[in-house]
Design a protein around this ligand. Structure first.
Ligand code: FPP
Length: 247
């Protein structure tokens, strides 16, 4: 394993959990006169490279926003292209498994193709005991949808008498989020959210888990995002002073 000391200045604080909004694939393709799906293909390649690099830097949880609950509004052929890339990745993911990376998915998978759902489950099971880093892929994911899903789960528990309504607090709700249901593990809050492509929005990404996250924006389009850009984001994070509501 590469020594993170060789990659980052001495004393750099590496975030335990990084979230990435992989934005700018469409614009990357448009700039080159190519179909948007080519941008997504390049973006999928960048995703592979940057995930491996996150592990080398010592990141423990790495979450990527691959497809949002709102992305269904896109043209059918673009949605199909993203799902195809995702399925191709699941077929090739054995490479990641060799790298000791655990893979989990967050989001409402009930709306995805049946074959895709089976492959997701099988990758989760096969990588269950890998522990160098946990990769969370957010697919058909929306922060509001996740919170509504958690609220519903708590309502059912109250309805069945398993708990009292008065017992519902922030921790009880958090424990029902997708990020708390990782087959025996619970991801910590996101420390750093990276959004390339010049947009400065959260776009319904981990709205609960990012409550105290630091944000890093860059104009680079996702397909052009390089390992050194991830290092720059980590170094910027390391220089921030986090107060968590204190002083
Ligand atoms: C946002 O860029 C990107 C997406 C909605 C899709 C991201 C998907 C991938 C990178 C590939 C599949 C994922 C995996 C995990 C293999 P955009 O299309 O909104 O870009 P734009 O703002 O320039 O139009």
């Amino acid at each position: 394993m590469a020594d993170k000391q060789n990659l980052l200045p001495a004393g750099t604080k590496v975030p335990e959990h990084i979230g990435v909004i992989m934005d700018g694939n469409g614009r990357w393709a448009k700039k080159r006169g190519l179909p948007r799906k080519v941008g997504h293909r390049e973006g999928a390649q960048t995703f592979r490279t940057i995930t491996r690099h996150a592990k080398k830097l010592g990141v423990k949880y790495f979450t990527v926003y691959a497809f949002s609950t709102e992305n269904w509004k896109r043209p059918k052929d673009e949605v199909e292209a993203i799902m195809d890339l995702f399925e191709k990745y699941l077929d090739e993911v054995r490479d990641f498994i060799e790298e000791n990376i655990r893979i989990c998915f967050i989001g409402d998978r009930s709306m995805l193709r049946e074959r895709l759902q089976q492959k997701m489950r099988s990758v989760e099971e096969d990588s269950l005991h890998f522990d160098s880093m946990t990769l969370l892929i957010a697919i058909n994911y929306g922060g509001r949808d996740e919170i509504a899903h958690a609220a519903r789960a708590l309502a059912y528990k109250v309805q069945s008498g398993e708990m009292e309504a008065s017992e519902i607090d922030a921790l009880a709700l958090e424990n029902e989020l997708y990020t708390s249901k990782l087959d025996g593990d619970k991801a910590p809050d996101v420390d750093l959210v990276i959004r390339p492509s010049g947009e400065q929005r959260l776009s319904n990404f981990m709205i609960w888990q990012a409550a105290y996250a630091e944000f890093y924006y860059t104009n680079i389009l996702w397909p052009d995002f390089k390992p050194k850009d991830l290092e720059a984001a980590v170094i910027a994070y390391s220089d921030r002073h986090r107060r968590f509501g204190g002083i």
